[in-house]
Design a protein around this ligand. Structure first.
Ligand code: SF4
Ligand code: ZN
Ligand code: ZN
Length: 310
């Protein structure tokens, strides 16, 4: 009978992870080293922290953002970059409370100062049964607009030159495919590892751009880092195209390891450069809140008005 090799390819310790795309078996130490190196290489390759003196790190309390802040924490220390954590309470019952709790725990373990922002302070309740009817948007769309707005606002208030978010490779592939399917190709220009959109739009960086979600999960488990295990209940409810695309992306990567990585690698190098956006996207100033906006009133203020009945 063929003996199964369960030793690390690099050091002969017991292997705990098989990196199928590179045919490497890794022990705990080498897996952690591999993941950190991957993230750090992405940060340097895309010059994510160039000219950054203070970084806002958005943490949802999930495995991805917890792994991200754990790695960034060391990078920022080495580069002498100040850090500020941000957790947004989206107001989805007990789930959001647990998220805030876990985010707070990791900020305190790493000794990173942080802010907690709540949708409720802005008059946003994404659990309202009439949300979709009033805003003509599903909850995840309202949630996404509100989160991006709050992150940018906090970054401006706190003089941060970049915002790090924990989107992983599977998220990126899912968003890219969804936007290709709907013909919304301009969006791919914003789905890059680093996005500098314009004045008063703080740079967004995605250090986990090439990292599989399975790897962030293993990382937080191996290091016993606090994180929420469950998904947002609103995501569970929506039986939509996004969920189906995500299942497809997951299955493709599982059956053909490296295939999604190869696709995601081509977004900044081959796909986005081919996309021409008609006319420059110009940002003005929202006449209500003074934040960057493509129209007279920004999407966030429009949503707030619709929800408050004004
Ligand atoms: Fe927001 Fe939707 Fe994500 Fe829940 S699943 S946190 S509602 S974007
Ligand atoms: Zn090893
Ligand atoms: Zn506004």
């Amino acid at each position: 009978m063929k003996k199964v090799r369960t030793r690390c390819t690099l050091c002969n310790e017991e292997a705990i992870y098989y990196l199928r795309s590179r045919k490497l078996r890794l022990c705990k130490r080498h897996f952690i080293e591999y993941l950190k190196t991957e993230v750090i290489n992405t940060i340097y390759k895309f010059e994510m922290l160039k000219n950054v003196k203070k970084l806002l790190i958005a943490v949802s309390g999930g495995k991805d953002s917890v792994a991200m802040i754990h790695i960034l924490h060391q990078v920022c220390k080495d580069l002498n970059i100040e850090m500020l954590g941000l957790v947004i309470d989206t107001g989805v019952g007990e789930y959001s409370k647990r998220q805030v709790e876990k985010a707070r725990e990791i900020f305190e373990i790493l000794n990173v100062p942080y802010r907690i922002e709540r949708f409720s302070s802005y008059g946003i309740d994404i659990t309202r049964p009439d949300l979709e009817k009033l805003t003509k948007r599903p909850p995840c769309s309202v949630c996404g607009i509100a989160k991006r707005y709050i992150m940018n606002k906090v970054a401006l208030e706190e003089n941060c030159q970049a915002i790090a978010t924990g989107h992983n490779m599977i998220d990126i592939a899912q968003y890219a495919l969804a936007n290709i399917l709907t013909g919304n190709l301009e969006y791919l220009k914003k789905l890059l590892p680093k996005v500098d959109e314009g004045p008063r739009m703080v740079r967004r960086i995605r250090p986990l751009y090439f990292i599989d979600e399975k790897e962030t999960k293993l990382y937080v488990d191996l290091l016993d880092l606090p994180h929420v295990e469950d998904r947002c209940p609103l995501a569970e409810k929506v039986e939509n195209v996004q969920n189906t695309i995500r299942m497809f992306v997951r299955e493709l990567e599982d059956r053909h390891p490296g295939s999604i990585r190869a696709f995601v690698e081509k977004i900044p190098t081959r796909i986005a450069p081919l996309i021409r956006v008609e006319g420059e996207e110009k940002y003005g100033i929202c006449k209500i809140c003074g934040m960057p906006s493509k129209g007279e009133i920004c999407s966030f203020c429009k949503i707030r008005m619709l929800l408050s009945g004004k």
